[in-house]
Ligand binder design. Structure first.
Ligand code: 0X9
Ligand code: ZN
Length: 437
């Protein structure tokens, strides 16, 4: 018989090493343990039985789902912690589900993703540029916000920066307005375009690509004259707390940081917290889930900030694009159910035009369609609110690169090609809202 002490020690070790849902992580140490040796598997779940087994396994083993089951594809991507790998693979084989290892060690993929410059190189670069933002690596919130402030100082004729609210932990949510309008009357005749990124903390390519867009509209404005006909309002990091958390060791954090001090199960999924059809399909009332909708519609200061700001812009807002990753999709409402708005043919046509132009400049293919039909139903999204609340016509969620080779851990060398694609989408939609009434 095993001595009692040994049993107790073993039990404690097992409890500590138990695979954890990313939504249940307590601290950075948990995250580091979770990522060490973890793999991302792409599972082909075709039959209903296979899907059911997979669903159960995801629940029992508390696997982090990177890419959900969706109508338009037969595979799902799951991150499996090292201690659960054997069990999960055995169970998959038992039901003859084929799977492929997409990322063989999450910890290594995290290390390889974002090469940092040496401190001297950074200092030198910052001195030369007047800010620390680049398209060569993923930056902290301070660098991104610092870039906005630099642009407002350098191009005061077309740029201004405003803090539209504060996050749960008190970080500013900054918006840059880029507009060549000189007067109120000029502004009144121009369409407004709202763009944001970083609702989901771990989708780093989103704020980076929004940074690319901002650069094109300011530093490279001479090549982008279409921009003179539109007033842009851009929030690169909607969820600064979550984003910083992903830079501080919990790389795969998705939600905001609501109730982080309580320990377990912090965070609300901001893309389930908007107040249109809030709390319906594809969202959860359990704070431990990654799709926790929050305690009420707009319970979070981050979503409140966007609601207040966009509502105040009024009817001039003709386009609303929110950038996410990954999968390469251009999605239009509705997301809460497999229904389309009355003008969906316009959204589809412009979406397809955008996809064509994105492919031309970047090479990647984007699939266009109704959000709930192409992916899955998910209520409380920013896009549905923009369409259903302030009634913005051209409302899209764009899921940027890639299609799963790196998933959320897309190496920094892809920032430029992905940013180019994101900008092509913005240009296409801008041209539409300046030519159609
Ligand atoms: O599930 C989401 O919030 C988005 N996908 S992600 O992988 N970036 O998390 C898709 C949102 C689509 N829009 C709505 N369902 N309203
Ligand atoms: Zn997202």
């Amino acid at each position: 018989m095993l001595p009692r002490l040994l049993i107790l020690t073993l039990a404690a070790a097992l409890a500590r090493a138990a695979p954890q849902n990313a939504g249940e992580l307590r601290d950075i140490q948990d995250a580091q343990e979770l990522y060490k040796g973890a793999q991302v598997l792409r599972v082909e779940a075709v039959s209903e039985h296979q899907k059911e087994v997979l669903r159960k396994m995801q629940e029992e083993q508390k696997l982090d789902t990177w890419l959900n089951p969706a109508a338009g594809r037969t595979h799902v991507d799951i991150m499996v912690p090292a201690p659960a790998l054997d069990v999960v693979k055995d169970q998959l084989r038992n039901v003859s589900a084929t799977f492929r290892v997409m990322i063989s060690d999450v910890e290594t993929a995290i290390k390889d993703e974002n090469p940092s410059l040496s401190e001297e190189e950074e200092e030198e670069l910052a001195g030369r540029q007047g800010h620390r933002f680049t398209l060569q690596s993923y930056h902290r919130v301070a660098d991104i916000h610092g870039y906005l402030d630099y642009l407002a100082q350098t191009y005061p004729d077309i740029c201004s920066v405003q803090t539209i609210g504060s996050s749960v932990e008190g970080r500013p949510i900054k918006m840059i307005k880029i507009s060549s309008s000189k007067s109120r009357s000029e502004r009144a005749t121009k369409p407004a375009f709202y763009i944001d990124g970083g609702i989901h903390a771990r989708e780093w390519i989103s704020p980076a690509s929004v940074g690319y867009i901002i650069k094109e509209l300011t530093e490279n404005r001479d090549s982008n004259t279409f921009a003179d006909k539109v007033d842009f309002y851009i929030v690169p990091v909607v969820n600064p707390d979550g984003y910083e958390h992903t830079h501080n060791g919990v790389r795969l954090w998705r939600k905001n940081r609501k109730d982080a001090s309580k320990g377990r199960c912090a965070g609300t999924d901001l893309n389930r917290n908007f107040g249109y059809k809030w709390g319906g399909a594809g969202s959860s009332h359990d704070p431990c889930q990654e799709i926790y909708a929050g305690s009420a519609p707009f319970s979070e200061p981050e979503t409140q900030a966007i609601r207040n700001f966009v509502s105040n812009l009024g009817t001039s807002v003709r386009a609303y694009v929110t950038f996410h990753s990954y999968g390469q999709y251009i999605l239009y409402p509705w997301g809460y159910d497999k229904k389309v708005p009355p003008d969906y043919a316009d959204l589809d046509r412009v979406g397809k035009k955008a996809a064509q132009n994105m492919r031309q400049v970047g090479g990647a293919s984007y699939t266009v369609g109704n959000s709930a039909s192409l992916l899955y139903a998910a209520s409380g999204g920013a896009d549905d609110w923009a369409k259903g609340g302030p009634r913005v016509k051209y409302t899209y969620t764009i899921e940027l690169r890639d299609r799963g080779r790196f998933g959320f851990l897309l190496p920094a060398q892809y920032i430029q090609p992905t940013g180019r694609e994101a900008f092509a989408a913005i240009k296409t939609i801008s041209e539409e809202i300046t030519t159609s009434g």
